[in-house]
Design a binder for this molecule. Sequence first.
Ligand code: HEC
Length: 199
Amino acid sequence: MMALNNGSLDATSREAAIKAALASGDANITSLFERFLPPEQRVKTLGVNFDAKKLLAVKGDAKRGGELISMSGKLAACLACHIVNGIGRDFGPDLSKAGARLTREQILESLHKPSKNIAKGYETSLVTLKDGSVQSGFVTHSDEGAITLKLPTGQPQSIKRNQIKSQQPQPVSLMPEGLLQGLTEQEAVDVIAFLAGLK
Ligand code: HEC
């Protein structure tokens, strides 16, 4: 890597070294060497604006998608909020049967624009208490005396109604936007294929 940076290699050896590294198939290695390529040869990521129709026309590989959404994968962050086949944290909907209730189009939309269609039971509630504090989360239980809020930490919290000053539904999903941005087109369809195949 040093020799690539300081120019001590001649052009032919330099090119050969970069080519070999990029051909290794190891994502950790290829991502390190990417920056030595001319801009037009670097891997293109989806970014913010992309054509959903064009993207869904690409065939995904469910197995590779599953590797991305694993503890050591590029999308391990999903597991901080979702359970997938027994792994992950219980905050957002369990995705172990995502494909049984969502089409590929819907999965893409959930990832690209989480707030457009918020999963039932996962609408965000903003609760202001009489002591001035504010909590947000999902209302998982509600009766005359109290509500139970599932906090972003995943913990349930019971709040007595007589402590509540106001309770407002929020139009924004607690799932962050932009999770697809750093993926390539192929990685994005791989993830969609993986989730669509969970039935
Ligand atoms: C900070 C927590 C958080 C992270 C990180 C997160 N999600 Fe979510 N996700 C949620 C919440 C909350 C919902 C439910 C609200 C909604 O529909 O937007 C949700 C909804 C979804 C849905 C729709 C589920 C349904 O039943 O309608 C899919 C699919 C999904 N997430 C996939 C993913 C994937 C894939 C990743 C990783 C790239 C991810 N999420 C990362 C919190 C998160």
